[in-house]
Design a protein around this ligand. Structure first.
Ligand code: GLU
Length: 467
């Protein structure tokens, strides 16, 4: 097999949405699996709708997902001369012709075809000679579609798909202003870039038959097509914003890790036995087109959350620390002190056990920062009234007397205090938890106190007494 070359060809009219990200991932995995090239082409021919912001967002989204492309990204618009050249070559070899029909004539012909129940083929000038056109009249270039026979595309995902050539219209390949149409530009670029496999959404399947004819007309090798089913919402309907049809940057903001996203998008339409958790390394080893499913994939936030939780637990401690630290510094608008960072680094492994998204982790870690007096939730405030206050005052004094600040010693001190006061342990622990965490979710309380340190713990207890 010749070197595999795949490409991702987004139109920069918006962010890198989730479907596009999956298409990019599959192309990337397929190329990496075969030791081939993964190319990026920005289809910026629609100058009115293409924006630099969208290009930046697409590149940023790909970088965030870790989908590195080979060579530099190619701008389709910059290749307009080459597209024209191919259209002219097709005119020369008789596979295309000049169409001088005006917009009105075309509309009329389309209407007539509709009333007569025929397919409209746009072929008004197919059999006419250019000499019949007025001097200097503008013309578009149309492909001369074969009228007989049929084409079968052996799609690597959809299987064999056949279309009768008589169903295809003589589509325009070059507009009268000299600009190429999407159909022509895609084929010329894919050919020139040496693309061997075109993996894209199945909304492009119909285009494949028309594009096929351009390859034939130019006697170029036709690449392998693989049209992957679109992503639907969990209810089986077209993916909407509510379902998760958002830009990749929105997922970054929501606190998903790129490796979780890769794993999730991979499984959204591709499977390897019953495996749910698949590292990128294994994905590269295993990825194939045969195992891309034929039915529409359903987007499911719960699954994504679960995978993200897994990757948060697996993440390197320094990496998590630096993510959480910078988020906290952002939220608090200050640099964290060394003691706070040290606390975070001790607390994070157990906090990471429970977090599904990064903001949740940051939120639970925030209690290890110096933010006295703490904001207290309504629920926690209920634990901090009446009898609880003298208990807190006394337990603060007991804890101040502890000489070795370690979890077992802290625990022993609290237990002996409760016993001496004739209180159930819960009656002591609950207000301590409320005062020290402000009602935030936290793991083992004694461990939390140990990590917070003696001074901070006692300070927080006394803040409540004084409040
Ligand atoms: N630019 C097209 C799109 O964003 C993709 C073209 C292709 O993959 O052939 O839908």
């Amino acid at each position: 097999m010749p070197k595999v070359v795949t490409r991702f060809a987004p139109s920069p009219t918006g962010f890198l949405h989730i479907g596009g990200a999956r298409t990019a991932l599959y192309n990337w995995l397929f190329a990496r699996h075969h030791g081939g090239d993964f190319l990026l082409r920005i289809e910026d021919t629609d100058l009115k709708r293409s924006t630099d912001e969208a290009i930046d967002a697409i590149l940023a989204g790909m970088r965030w997902l870790g989908l590195d492309w080979d060579g530099t990204a190619i701008s389709q618009a910059s290749r307009a001369n080459r597209h024209q050249e191919v259209a002219l070559a097709m005119l020369k070899n008789g596979k295309a012709y000049r169409c001088y029909a005006s917009a009105e004539e075309l509309t009329e012909a389309r209407e007539a075809a509709r009333t007569e129940g025929r397919n409209f083929r746009g072929d008004l000038w197919r059999d006419r000679d250019a000499s019949e056109a007025p001097e200097g009249a503008p013309y578009a270039v149309r492909i001369k579609m074969p009228r007989e026979g049929e084409v079968t595309i052996r799609d690597a995902v959809q299987g064999d798909v056949t279309v009768k050539n008589s169903e295809l219209d003589d589509m325009i390949i070059l507009r009268s202003d000299g600009t190429p149409t999407y159909m022509l530009a895609v084929v010329v670029d894919d050919h020139d870039m040496g693309v061997t496999h075109i993996i894209r959404g199945d909304d492009h399947l119909n285009n494949a038959f028309r594009q096929y004819q351009i390859y034939e007309a130019m006697e170029w090798d036709v690449p392998v097509f693989a049209h992957i089913p679109l992503i639907h919402g969990p209810d089986g309907k077209k993916l909407s914003k509510r379902h998760g049809a958002l830009g990749v940057e929105a997922y970054e903001e929501m606190g998903f890790l790129p490796e979780a996203m890769r794993n999730y998008l991979l499984r959204l339409g591709w499977s390897h036995g019953d495996d749910e958790i698949i590292s990128t390394e294994d994905a590269i080893k295993w990825f194939n087109l045969e195992s891309v499913g034929c039915g529409p994939a359903r987007f499911d936030f719960d699954k994504l959350d679960n995978l993200n939780g897994h990757y948060i637990r697996e993440a390197d401690a320094d990496r998590l620390l630096s993510i959480v630290k910078s988020e906290l510094e952002n939220n608090l608008s200050r640099t964290l002190e060394e003691t706070e960072v040290a606390r975070l680094s001790r607390a994070l492994p157990s906090l990471a056990e429970r977090a599904k998204r990064l903001p949740e982790l940051t939120e639970s870690a925030s209690l290890f920062c110096n933010t006295r007096p703490l904001d207290v939730t309504d629920n926690a405030a209920k634990q901090l009234t009446g009898d609880a206050l003298p208990v807190l005052e006394k337990v603060a004094n007991e804890l101040e007397a502890v000489t070795e600040w370690s979890a077992p010693v802290i625990k022993a001190a609290i237990m002996s205090f409760a016993e001496a006061e004739g209180l159930k342990l819960g009656k002591v622990m609950q207000p301590i938890r409320a005062a020290v965490t402000g009602g935030k979710q936290s793991g083992d309380l004694v461990e939390t106190l140990e990590i917070l340190g003696q001074g901070e713990t006692i300070g927080r207890l006394r803040d409540r007494v004084a409040a």
